[in-house]
Structure formats: C-alpha cells, structure tokens
Design a binder for this molecule. Structure first.
Ligand SMILES: NC(=O)c1ccc[n+]([C@@H]2O[C@H](COP(=O)([O-])OP(=O)(O)OC[C@H]3O[C@@H](n4cnc5c(N)ncnc54)[C@H](O)[C@@H]3O)[C@@H](O)[C@H]2O)c1
Length: 451
C-alpha cells in the first residue's frame, strides 16, 4: 500500500511505473488538495529563540503543515532577550492562529503540543521534524527521529562532540532519510556566490582564509552564583537529559546554554559553525578537515563563573592543499575572508567586499522576506523531502564543519595549561595524532538513559 511515509521514502511515480531516484511527479488528482506531495506534515522540536524564528518562517512561506510542536518549557519569558516569550504553548498558539487566518470556513486543525519529544516521534502521520534544541541533544534526538522514520532538519552545530558524528551519519544513510544541517548560509545567494567564486579560482590560488566569530553577547553570573528554584512550567530534568547533573540557574538554560561546555561550545561552535563551514565550502572541502591545528590565544572567565566557554580566542589550521585558516573572536558575529594569489573576497553579517569591485559584479543582492536564507534553507529541505534529493547541507558536510569547531575547542580548552601547541589531526579517522589529552576531548559523557 502506498502510505504517505513509503511514498516519500522510496518511490516516484513516473510514466505509470515506480522509478527510484527520478524527480517527483505526482498527479494531484490522486490525492486532491491533501496531496502528500503538496503538504509535508512536520513537527517542531525545540521552540525557543531559533525554533520560533524558523516556525514563523515555515508558516509564512506555507512550506507545509505543522501538526505538532514540542518543548520541555511550557512557555516563559527569559530567552535571548528577556521579554521574549517562547515554549510549546506559544508555539502551538502561533500555529493555530496562523491556520485560523488561512482557513476561512470549516474546522481549523489543532497543533498538538508535547513536553516529551518521543511522543511526537511516535506519531505515524508526521513526515519530518525540525530539531532546534541545545547542542547536547542534537545527535540523540536526530538519531531517534531517523529511527522513527522521519526526515530531519537539525540545527547547527550539527554535533556536540566529534564522537557524535559517525552514528548520526550512519543513521541517515541506513534509514535513507533526507537530512538537512541548519547551516543556512548554504542557502544564502550571497554566500553561495562568494564561496563558489573562491572555489572556482576567481581570486587565483587560495592561500589563506580568515574567519571571525562574535564575542560572547551575554554575561552570566560570576563565582559564588546561587542556584535558583526551577519554574513550575519548565522540566529541567528533561532539559538536562544526557548532560551531567547540575544546579538550576536560568542562565544555564534558555539561549545562554551556548556559553557552557556541558551543553555547547561557545561562539566557536555557535557562529564558528557558519563561518568555518563557509571556509570549507570555499576551499572545496565539503568532507574532511585540517592536517594540523594550533590555539594561539584563549581567554576565560574566572573559575567558578557559570559560563565557562572561551570569551575570546584565536586558532590556526593548515590543510593538505596548503591553505591556512585563522579563526578569531571579534566584533563581527560571522565573517569569512578568502585570500588568493590575485585578490580577496570577504562576506559576513555586515556585508560583502572584495579587493576589486569587478569581482562582485554578478553577486546577487541579499535575499529578504520569505526567501531569506533561513526560509530558503527550510524550503530546500521540504523540497528534498518531496523529491528525495540531497539537501544543500547534508549530514557529512554539517559534521565536517562541526568537527573543525570541536577540535578547535579541544585545543582552546587545553591552552591555559599548554600554551600554543601544534596538534596533528587525522581527518579521515577523526583523531589527534599522539595527543591523548586532546583525544580525550573528542568524546562527551552521555548520562543514562541516553547513553
Ligand atoms: N542557524 C542559525 O543561525 C541558528 C541561530 C540560533 C540558534 N541556532 C541553533 O539552534 C539551537 C537552539 O538554539 P536557541 O538559541 O534556539 O536556544 P533556546 O534555548 O532559545 O531554545 C532551545 C529550546 O529547546 C528546548 N529544549 C531543550 N531540550 C529539549 C528537549 N529535550 N525536548 C524539547 N525541547 C527541548 C528548550 O526548552 C528551549 O525552548 C542551537 O543548537 C543553536 O546553535 C541556530
């Protein structure tokens, strides 16, 4: 029987026969207005800062039907900006209000709100999930979603550790699912232009890439901070999940988790997942990594502060093709600069420039509105769910960019003890060569029952 699940997964109707891998052409008369090729049914897991942003874009661009949302937070203030009110109930209300606006008569579909993502994954009528939870959950929820038969869009940084990558890649390929890493710069026409120009030799032979990640944009409590009572609307145990036991503080969780190594990797994995992904893209290295890496500088808050990721840092890598990559903290949130033998190109959140304006003659304008890079990246995912094509940021690409950020963090965390040390990296086997201390940092402890 052709169910919506088996339909998306395996076969394409073409000329009356089923042809694997052919473009999707489904006569709408087979299914009417609810043709599965028209409406992908999606669940959003994690409806905080970025989850709500993606949800709004998904609805505005009418990319599919959001039938369920999930968050361990019922709803509260205190996200990126303290007056942002997010969580599963605000998300449910947003989806239902949007449906009400569109459906002029008849029954308005409800959007179920779950506290436990496993209940959402159990639903057989959901084709795909958008996972926008803190990094320490990415691999776990993604793999369970893939095993439950869902296509997956998972936010960057794709993984929480180097060890996360292989099981995630294997699950995507074993279950033959569509998987998009949330590296939305891959769907930004300006980034596409600049990275492809660098890759195709428009600035001669590439020699050096300089990437910038923003300084920490939040200040957490210092040494001697006191735990806070857990709000009744927040399931803190479920939020911690695989992470080590820790006393509750609001600054540990919503949005600000990115400044704690137990859940994320600071701005090196946050913004670094974008600009270093673009560095790999521009040098034509979608899969792989450097041959050596060295931390040149790293500053941290005083011991005992709640935030423990580096506040400022600088690292350097060398690649087998001779390219040098330098990544450093600065006032720009995300910036990637390519330097070649005949010129340079630079792009980031503050704009795009070049050694010669002629290099940017054909550069498209920045996309806005329902085709902004986040929306375009979601649209590319939905399109691939329908066509079974590979999305713009496949799992292997997302993994390689994340691995670079993780090995940089290993060297950054060792820096206060070792100072600058050149570490040899075996990209194929994803291991440091002769550096046990750094290798120990490639695996993160996973608390049961998630181990
Ligand atoms: N592509 C981008 O430009 C971009 C921008 C911002 C954030 N992100 C990524 O999105 C992810 C989330 O970041 P954020 O800023 O939205 O954080 P956030 O804290 O604002 O939101 C995360 C939400 O996930 C919920 N959550 C945590 N564990 C959960 C679980 N087990 N099940 C269900 N919900 C759970 C939290 O309660 C919270 O509401 C991060 O990985 C971040 O790197 C990407």
């Amino acid at each position: 029987m052709l169910t919506r699940r088996t339909f998306f997964q395996s076969s394409i109707v073409a000329g009356g026969s089923l042809v694997a891998g052919a473009p999707l052409v489904l006569p709408a008369r087979l299914f009417g207005a609810q043709a599965p090729s028209e409406r992908v049914r999606v669940g959003f897991i994690g409806t905080g800062n970025q989850g709500m942003g993606l949800l709004k874009r998904f609805l505005a661009a009418e990319l599919g039907e959001v039938v369920a949302v999930c968050d361990v937070n019922e709803g509260s203030f205190g996200y990126k900006e303290l007056d942002h009110f997010y969580g599963r109930l605000p998300a449910k209300q947003l989806v239902e209000a949007d449906a009400k606006k569109r459906i002029k008569s008849g029954v308005v579909p409800t959007c179920e709100a779950y506290a436990d993502f496993r209940k959402l994954l159990d639903r057989q009528d959901i084709d795909a999930v958008v996972i926008v939870v803190p990094d320490h959950w990415h691999r776990i929820i993604s793999v369970l979603a893939l095993e439950a038969g869902k296509d997956v869009y998972c936010e960057k940084p794709l993984t929480f550790s180097v060890a996360d990558g292989r099981p995630l890649i294997d699950a995507v390929r074993k279950h033959k699912k569509v998987f998009q890493t949330g590296s939305h710069e891959r769907s930004n026409p300006v980034s596409q232009f600049v990275c492809e120009a660098a890759k195709s030799g428009k600035i001669g032979t590439l020699q050096k890439i300089v990437t910038k990640v923003g300084y920490n944009n939040k200040v957490g409590p210092g040494p001697g901070w006191q735990p806070m009572p857990v709000p009744a609307t927040f399931d803190y145990r479920a939020w911690l999940g695989p992470a080590p036991e820790a006393a509750y503080h609001v600054d540990r969780c919503l949005y600000r988790f990115r400044f704690h190594y137990d859940y994320s990797g600071g701005q090196i994995t946050n913004f670094g997942a974008h600009c270093n992904d673009m560095a790999h893209w521009g040098m034509g290295l979608d899969v792989g990594g450097p041959t050596e890496i060295e931390c040149l500088d790293a500053k941290f808050l005083p011991a005992g502060s709640l935030f423990n990721t580096a506040t400022e840092t600088r690292f350097r890598c060398k690649y087998a093709n001779g390219v040098e990559l330098i990544c450093e903290s600065g006032p720009e949130m995300v910036q990637t600069r390519f330097e070649g033998t005949t010129g340079w190109l630079q792009t980031g959140y503050k704009g795009t420039t070049a050694s010669d304006p002629a290099l940017l003659k054909d550069c498209p304008p920045a996309a806005k509105g329902t085709s902004d890079p986040h929306s375009a990246h979601l649209a590319n995912f939905v399109e691939c769910v329908k066509t079974r094509k590979e999305p713009r940021a496949p799992v292997e690409v997302g993994n390689s960019s994340a691995v670079l950020c993780h090995i940089a963090n290993a060297m950054i965390r060792l820096f206060p003890e070792t100072g600058p040390v050149v570490a040899k990296w075996d990209a194929q086997n994803e291991k440091f060569i002769d550096n046990d201390d750094a290798n120990r940092m490639l695996v993160r402890e996973v608390r049961n029952p998630w181990g």
